[in-house]
Write a protein that binds this ligand. Structure first.
Ligand code: HEM
Length: 485
């Protein structure tokens, strides 16, 4: 029985497709055929589930990133204990383990090893958050906001106002890390508390829609640095979907050719990719503007940031429509009051304040995201490695070094300095990541998995070099394909 074995659901989700009874056995190559949201099979511990068109999934469209694949580890990474009970109604049969030819005994031992490590971390209590830590982080953050507001309210000095705008930029960056932790359910076991805290730090304080963020960020976590396998599938990382501005692989750089009738690169793409190592930082400055725009569109039903998000919004709608709309509206209300110097400033001066805060925040946030993944391995969705290797090899940890002290990195990066460890265990609270890091690092050493870390300077140089390498490859390729150029 397909479509979750649920007749009432079948009437909602379209015609029922018979895929056999529950004693059915499937080969890996059969599973691999079901890779689109309309026809999506997933495997969990050698059991096969048909989740085709299950747009009501509480986690949203991210489920389709694993259509036609094994979801055992990503399921463990994202779900509360007990969510597994819901899987029963989607069960359609068993996988024939011998048909999974791409896994030898060493690979199977490795997978068992990292699943055991996860169980050990659970036993150690590493998924329990420290409430005093989060009370301190939230209070510190609100103090930054209060100081930034007071600097505008009580002072007429330009230097004070610029200082306030930069502080606001930092405040928004830190709001981002707090919303991130709450929405990964690191802090509260009860999902609703995490969501409400996420709406406070995200929508109200930062101007970012919770649902826009969840869709994009959970998708990124599920398939970091991966290209979509086809135009119909939803198995690519939205965070590297930065064309035509930046290309993270030669394949991505060439991907816009198919949009043009003549199959050639547009003049814009040629120049954007050619100079991307130079335009990288100016683009980061504008990142927050783009995120504000996408958030506004999502919260007010004016569009979606990606095909996946569009499908999710069409089929499922917003999880908290009223709270999201109100949160965003209140954000612009307080931001408008502050940016106008509470009615004292001229329009150009207000815009100067707004853009200083907005651009600095974009830079502070995107710098950390960039260091986390850019310049690391990029894969095709069809050839992605196992969960652990995918997460580790696409991700970079950030350390202190070259004059930047560790305590500053810890504060500035908000837990994402342990990006590798966070990607392996997204629900682990920030306060436990340093301890987890040691175990993860030694596990990687034991199995020969490349674990990468760099300080902020070296990491940034790696990112710029990677962009330049893609540009160089792209230019050689353009000349080869179009010698008249
Ligand atoms: C048959 C397969 C699946 C079932 C039955 C299922 C079920 C659920 C349930 C009951 C929840 C809400 C409770 C919780 O957060 O644990 C949930 C949330 C979630 N699921 Fe799934 N899920 C499935 C597959 C997947 C897959 C393959 C992914 C990722 C690739 C995924 C990603 C998520 C995420 C990110 C959330 C949390 C969303 C939030 O914080 O609002 N799920 N899922």
């Amino acid at each position: 029985m397909g479509k979750g074995g649920d007749a009432s659901a079948a009437t909602i989700r379209g015609p029922m497709k018979l895929v056999g009874d529950k004693s059915e056995k499937y080969t890996w190559s059969e599973v691999k055929k079901h890779i689109t949201p309309e026809d999506a099979w997933v495997v969990h511990q050698n059991k096969v589930y048909d989740v085709s068109n299950w747009h009501e999934h509480p986690g949203g469209g991210v489920i389709f990133t694993h259509a036609g694949d094994d979801m055992t580890d990503i399921f463990a990474a994202f779900h509360a204990q007990g969510s597994q009970a819901m899987m029963k109604k989607f069960y359609i049969g068993d996988l024939i383990p011998e048909s999974v030819e791409h896994k030898d005994q060493r690979q199977l031992d490795f997978e068992k090893g990292y699943r055991d490590l996860r169980a050990k971390l659970v036993m150690m209590g590493m998924f329990k958050s420290s409430k005093p830590f989060y009370v301190y982080k939230c209070s510190f953050n609100m103090s930054m906001w209060a100081v930034a507001v007071a600097m505008v309210y009580f002072s007429d000095s330009i230097a004070m106002h610029i200082g306030s705008a930069l502080l606001l930029g930092l405040f928004w960056q830190q709001c981002g890390w707090l919303a991130h932790d709450f929405l990964h359910h690191q802090v509260f076991k009860h999902r609703k508390y995490g969501d409400l805290a996420g709406i406070f730090w995200g929508d109200l304080m930062q101007g970012f829609s919770m649902q826009w963020w969840k869709n994009k960020h959970n998708g990124h976590h599920a398939v970091p640095n991966l290209h979509n396998s086809s135009l119909q599938s939803q198995d690519g990382d939205p965070d590297i979907d930065t064309m035509p501005l930046l290309a993270w692989s030669i394949k991505q750089a060439q991907s816009f050719r198919e949009k043009n009738a003549d199959g050639k690169d547009s003049t814009f793409v040629k120049y954007a990719v050619k100079f991307q190592a130079f335009t990288y930082f100016p683009i980061l400055l504008l990142a927050r503007i783009s995120w504000l725009r996408e958030s506004f569109k999502t919260a007010y039903g004016l569009g979606a940031a990606s095909d996946n998000a569009k499908l999710e919004l069409e089929k499922r709608g917003l999880q908290y429509p009223l709270l999201e709309k109100t949160g965003i509206a209140l954000h612009y209300t307080w931001m408008f009051a502050l940016s106008s110097g509470f009615g004292r400033w001229s329009l150009p001066y207000s815009l100067m304040y707004f853009f200083t805060a907005t651009c600095s925040s974009g830079l502070f946030l995107a710098l950390v995201f960039g260091l986390g993944h850019n310049g690391m391995a990029v894969y095709d969705a069809t050839t992605r490695p196992d969960f652990w290797k995918l997460q580790v090899t696409t991700t970079r940890n950030i350390t202190g070094g070259h004059g930047i002290p560790q305590f500053f990195v810890d504060w500035f990066c908000g837990g994402l300095q342990y990006q590798v460890d966070h990607h392996l265990f997204p629900m682990m609270p920030r306060n436990n990541l340093a301890k987890c890091h040691k175990l993860v690092e030694s596990f990687c050493k034991e199995y020969g998995v490349k674990y990468h870390e760099a300080d902020m300077w070296v990491g940034t140089i790696e990112v710029l070099r990677h962009l330049q390498n893609v540009s160089d490859e792209f230019i050689v390729d353009m000349v080869k394909d179009f010698p008249a150029m």
